[in-house]
Design a protein around this ligand. Structure first.
Ligand SMILES: Nc1ncnc2c1ncn2[C@@H]1O[C@H](COP(=O)(O)OP(=O)(O)OP(=O)(O)O)[C@@H](O)[C@H]1O
Ligand SMILES: [Mg+2]
Length: 295
């Protein structure tokens, strides 16, 4: 077996190594937890505060699936076309630029990433519903996809309608290696994220992330000063603070969020040193042929 095949097999079984070696990033602890669950779980989710790196870890799982599966199909969605384009789709481009392998083998465009050698059967697509769409049209966003290697990715899942997840679940009915991965803030006490954290808890590998200044396991990526300011300004029980700082669902029937939806200032968030890049040699010449023999 070639060195490239061995590497693909290892990256499939160890997505953390993939992120370090191929994307040249160092996952935070909770991101490593999600990545470690990726090979063995079909439903993986994160319920989190604002800004710890949810969209980044979704993009890493997408690249891992694209590189380590044969002819995969991946459909991604978020709460709006703009959010998908500015968030997940931009993260995918960002991390592709860290990898000579990904740049040489995949073409990124505004709504699709395709494998250069198999454009019609090896892809990731950005999907969304138009403004004013009813629940049937929303469900169509992810409906009708079937493949041996199939993945649905839902960003900002805290505000995603139930019908969208129902369509994704239908995709899991067939295929060999099928997954749903999702991440979001706990904005609604109903819908797919709420269910995954409550009634359907057993079916999901869920990771919870907080920016609580007093929690030793808090995300270091979110500025602690910002978190303290929000708490001082609006109070610990404020629904917006509960969702965006603590990453917790607000109490059912509580008043709507009253603070402005400002994004955290990430300028002072801790920066992590990138590990020394160790890309495997001869990738461009042997992939994806070596991907075939890796399985
Ligand atoms: N482990 C990491 N190493 C380096 N950069 C990272 C890491 N995790 C996240 N980032 C970067 O930090 C920034 C914020 O991450 P991201 O957008 O994924 O956060 P988020 O939780 O999705 O935020 P939001 O709640 O606003 O949607 C991005 O530029 C992302 O690439
Ligand atoms: Mg995000």
């Amino acid at each position: 077996m070639s060195q490239a095949s061995d590497t693909i097999r290892r990256w499939r079984e160890d997505p953390i190594a993939f992120v370090r070696e191929c994307l040249k990033a160092e996952p935070d602890g909770w991101q490593a937890d999600m990545l470690a669950a990726f090979p063995t779980h079909r439903r993986i989710g994160a319920r989190a505060s604002k800004g710890p790196g949810k969209t980044a870890v979704l993009s890493w799982m997408i690249w891992n699936f694209l590189v380590t599966r044969l002819h995969p199909k991946i459909a991604c969605t978020s709460i709006s076309g703009d959010n998908l384009s500015d968030g997940l789709w931009t993260e995918l481009a960002k991390w592709q630029h860290n990898s000579p392998l990904l740049l040489s083998q995949f073409t990124w465009s505004k709504t699709r990433i395709v494998c250069k050698h198999h454009e019609e059967t090896w892809w990731c697509s950005a999907r969304n519903w138009s403004k004013g769409a009813d629940s049937t049209q929303q469900a169509d966003t992810l409906a009708g996809l079937h493949a041996d290697n199939l993945m649905f990715v839902i960003d900002e899942v805290g505000s995603i309608p139930e019908s969208v997840m129902v369509a994704a679940e239908a995709g899991l009915a067939t295929g060999k290696d099928t997954k749903i991965v999702m991440a979001g803030n706990p904005t609604m006490t109903s819908g797919p994220l709420w269910r995954a954290c409550t009634t359907d808890r057993e079916q999901w590998h869920m990771t919870e992330i907080t920016s609580d200044p007093d929690d030793p396991k808090r995300s270091s990526r979110v500025d602690v000063k910002w978190a303290k300011e929000q708490i001082e300004r609006f109070g610990k029980e404020n629904p917006w603070v509960l969702v965006n700082v603590f990453g917790r669902f607000r109490r059912r029937r509580s008043t709507p969020c009253s603070a402005p939806m400002t994004a955290p200032d990430r300028s002072s968030a801790s920066a992590r040193p990138a590990p020394t890049p160790t890309p495997p040699r001869s990738w461009a010449s042997t992939w994806p042929a070596s991907a075939t023999t890796a399985r």
